[in-house]
Design a protein around this ligand. Sequence first.
Ligand code: KG4
Ligand code: ZN
Length: 341
Amino acid sequence: MTKKNILLGIESSCDDTSAAIISDGYILSNIVANQSVHQQYGGVVPELASRAHQQNIVPVVDTAIKEAGIAKEDISAICFTQGPGLLGSLLVGSSFSKSFAIGMNIPLIAVNHMQGHIMAHFIKQVGEEKKQPKFPFLCLTVSGGHTQIILVKSVTDMTVIGETLDDAAGEAFDKSAKILGLPYPGGPLIDKYGKQGDKLKFVFGRHKVGELNFSYSGIKTSILRVIEKGVAENPNFITENQNDLCASIQHTIVEILIKKIMKASNELGINEIAIAGGVSANSYLRARLLELQEKYNKEVYIPKLEYCTDNAAMIAISGYYKLLEGDFADQTITPKSRFSL
Ligand code: KG4
Ligand code: ZN
């Protein structure tokens, strides 16, 4: 019997410390430790994030190995997020991985975080048949730091064909939530309250940009104006209209995403559409995409919720494909806060 390729993946690019084990492409465990310390500051504080990663990394790896039911000696290779992300946070994951590779005498593999989000579509689960996107496909990658449309020709050939010129979609969710007085990260809360609201109650101005690019900074200003005007007339404006405000904000942000991915799909004649990144957890975006599938004959791929936001399973599956290609890193490798695909 041939030996299985068992990979340990490490993700530490922002404020989630995560470790996962993948065996020949099948997920065995995926542990994520969130950092609640940032909530009170309304955003991620880089220095606090790296300290929390240092505290979390060993217990998170230990739990991932135990939950997978393997011994650390069974691991064939370790892979980690090289970037993009917060440098201090990335350093914790990369230093740990380099030491682990030396200690266990196994290969080291470096993964691009954005590639990881896309590769989440290829994670397999024992006993579960899930359709996977067929190449070439388009991936709308929407997270707290990125909003991109990527043309994915193969596991290794990915090109950015459109991106935000200012804020990312997740940032637009979080900053809008902050204006409403909601804690960080506000995206999931806008999703939650928006479910009960009227999406057409408030109209927010958008900054239109050409091609397949996006712009989200104008929406924030427009939301601020609507709120200021509303509060001036009624001090309870936000609380009385919270659900409608959330639904309208969500609708505005999501419509732009839908419009651009449809444009890309029609222009390139590619009907395979995938989404990735934290914002792909948004229930309204997921529902709108499924509508496209039915109405316009598109084939839509939506990752499981746990593989939308930052996780190490997506890093481990990327590492698995790199291992098959013999694409290894050495001990001189360093993290990159900016790292394009
Ligand atoms: O991919 P991710 O976990 O981290 C980055 O690499 O940025 O994405 C985090 C982003 C945050 O902006 C968060 O508010 C947003 O994803 N997010 C959501 C939802 N869940 C997470 N935005 C809208 N609706 C959600 N359900
Ligand atoms: Zn991410």
